[in-house]
Design a protein around this ligand. Structure first.
Ligand SMILES: NC(=O)c1ccc[n+]([C@@H]2O[C@H](COP(=O)([O-])OP(=O)(O)OC[C@H]3O[C@@H](n4cnc5c(N)ncnc54)[C@H](O)[C@@H]3O)[C@@H](O)[C@H]2O)c1
Length: 311
C-alpha cells in the first residue's frame, strides 16, 4: 500500500512538529486532529516561519509545506477510510492511547499503518486492544521533532517486519535518520544510553567526586565534543575491542549500577529543586538564563544540521 494520506492524532508540541516533518514530501497530505483547536494551524505557521527567519527553509517552500497540512476537530469516517498512516501524539497516558487505537481500528481500513509517538511506554501494551497488530509500530520522534533527525521505529511484539521497514522508508524520505529497534524494551535504544550516562553523572555529584558544573564541563570538552563524529562503537574499534575489554574488566565494578533513582535526586525532589521550572536544580536559573539556554540549543542544532549561524 502506498502512503499518501497521513493523520497526526494529537496536535500538541510533538504532533505539530511531526506534521511539519511529513509535509516536506509533496506526496503527502497531512491532517492534524485534536479535541480542541488552540489556533493549531496558526501555531504551525509560526513554527515554520521561525525556520524561514533562520534561513533553513525558504518562504516558498514553507508555504507549500503549510498548504499540505490541514486541521480538524472532527474525525469523520471518510477521513479515516482514506487515511493510510496514523501517528498518534496524545498525552502520555496508557488508557488514552489504547482507547485512541481501539477507536481508530474501527474507523480506519485494516491496512492503515498505526504509529504511536510514545516517549517511554511500551508499544506492545499500547497496541493491546488492536486486532491487526502487524500494522502497529512505535515511532519515537525526539523533541524538537522538526530538528532532531533520529526517529526510533520500535517493533511491538506483533509488528510485521514489512510495516517497520515501510515506516522507516517513509521517515527517510522526509529527511529523518530513522533506526529500527528490533525489540520493545524500555528506553528503546537512545534513551537507554542517555540515562546510563545521566545516572553516572548524578552519581559523581552525589559521591562528591566533582560538582555539577565540573561534570558537565568534562563531558562538553571531551567525548561530548567528538561523539557526533566518533560514536561509541566506532570509538571502541578505534582503540581496539581488546582495550575496551581490559578497561571494562577493571572499571565496571566502580561505576554506578543502582536500579532506583539517586538519593540526590530524591533530596532535590523533596527540596523542590526541579530545575528550570522551580529556578534551581543542579544549577540556579532565572528567566534570562533559561531563555539563553534554549536559544543556545536551537542555534547549536541549526549550526550542526544546516551549517548556518544566526547573527
Ligand atoms: N515533549 C517531548 O519532548 C516528547 C518527546 C518525544 C515523545 N513525546 C510524546 O509525544 C506525545 C505527545 O507529547 P506532547 O509533548 O506533544 O504533548 P502535548 O501536551 O503538547 O500535546 C498532546 C495533545 O494531545 C491532545 N489530546 C489529548 N487527548 C486527546 C484525544 N482524546 N484526542 C485527540 N487529541 C487529544 C491534547 O489536546 C494536546 O494537544 C506523548 O506521548 C509524549 O510522551 C514527547
Amino acid at each position: 500500500m502506498e502512503v499518501k494520506q497521513i493523520l497526526v492524532y494529537g496536535a500538541g508540541l510533538m504532533g505539530r512538529g511531526i506534521a511539519q516533518v511529513f509535509s516536506r514530501n509533496p506526496e503527502y497530505s497531512i491532517v492534524l486532529y485534536d479535541i480542541a483547536d488552540n489556533d493549531v494551524l496558526g501555531q504551525v505557521r509560526k513554527e515554520m516561519m521561525s525556520f524561514v527567519d533562520q534561513g533553513i527553509v525558504d518562504a516558498d517552500t514553507a508555504e507549500q509545506q503549510l498548504s499540505r497540512i490541514s486541521f480538524t476537530t472532527g474525525l469523520s469516517p471518510e477521513l479515516c477510510q482514506k487515511t493510510d498512516l496514523v501517528v498518534e501524539a496524545v498525552f502520555e497516558n496508557m488508557e488514552l492511547k489504547q482507547s485512541v487505537f481501539e477507536k481508530l481500528e474501527i474507523m480506519c481500513r485494516p491496512d492503515t499503518i498505526f504509529c504511536t509517538n510514545t516517549s517511554v511506554m511500551s508499544p506492545t501494551e499500547i497496541s493491546a486492544r488492536v486486532k491487526h497488530k502487524e500494522r502497529f509500530v512505535g515511532t519515537h520522534f525526539w523533541n524538537p521533532a522538526t530538528l532532531i533527525p533520529l526517529v526510533e521505529v520500535v517493533k511491538a511484539n506483533g509488528s510485521s517486519d514489512e510495516v517497520a521497514q515501510q515506516v522507516y522508508d517513509i521517515l527517510e524520505k522526509v529527511g529523518k535518520k530513522p533506526v529500527i529497534c528490533q525489540r520493545d524494551v524500555p528506553g528503546f535504544i537512545a534513551n537507554r544510553m542517555q540515562h546510563a550516562l545521566w545516572r553516572e553523572a548524578i552519581y559523581i555529584v552525589e559521591q562528591g567526586i566533582a560538582d555539577a558544573e565540573t561534570v558537565d564541563k568534562a563531558v562538553k570538552y571531551s567525548f561530548g565534543l567528538r561523539l557526533p563524529q566518533l560514536p561509541p562503537l566506532v570509538n571502541s574499534d578505534l582503540v581496539g575491542t581488546d582495550l575496551t575489554y581490559n578497561i571494562h574488566e577493571y572499571i565496571l565494578k566502580y561505576l554506578c549500577s543502582d536500579t532506583t533513582p539517586s538519593p540526590l535526586l530524591v533530596k532535590m525532589k523533596e527540596e523542590n529543586k526541579m530545575g528550570f521550572k522551580s529556578g534551581e536544580g543542579f544549577f540556579k536559573w532565572d528567566d534570562e538564563s533559561i531563555a539563553a539556554e534554549r536559544k543556545g540549543l536551537n542555534d547549536y542544532l541549526i549550526h550542526m544540521l544546516y551549517k548556518k549561524d544566526k547573527e
